[in-house]
Design a protein. Structure first.
Length: 80
C-alpha cells in the first residue's frame, strides 16, 4: 500500500452542447508538499463519456474515476 501524507485531486469534466454531449472527464492526483503546494504527480487519467451527458455528470465521473484509481492502486482513503 502506498503511503502519502496529503493528496490533492484535480478534476474536470465538460460536455459540448450540454446535456447532449459529447462529453469527457479528466483528473490528476498529486502529493502535497510541506508548503501546501502540489508536489509529485502520483497518477492521472481521462475518459471519453459519449453523448447525453451533462457537464455536471462529467465532473462527477471524473471524480469517480480518480477515486477508483486510488482504490485500485492501494492508496488508503484515510490519507485523503
Amino acid at each position: 500500500m502506498a503511503n502519502f501524507h496529503r493528496l490533492v485531486i484535480y478534476v474536470d469534466g465538460a460536455s459540448r452542447n450540454t446535456p447532449r454531449g459529447p462529453a469527457g472527464a479528466g483528473w490528476e492526483l498529486y502529493e502535497m508538499n510541506n508548503h501546501g503546494a502540489d508536489g509529485q504527480r502520483i497518477a492521472n487519467g481521462s475518459q471519453y463519456l459519449g453523448y447525453n451527458i451533462s457537464s455536471n455528470q462529467a465532473e462527477y465521473k471524473g471524480l469517480e474515476a480518480a477515486l477508483d484509481s486510488i482504490a485500485d492502486n492501494g492508496i488508503s482513503r484515510r490519507y485523503l
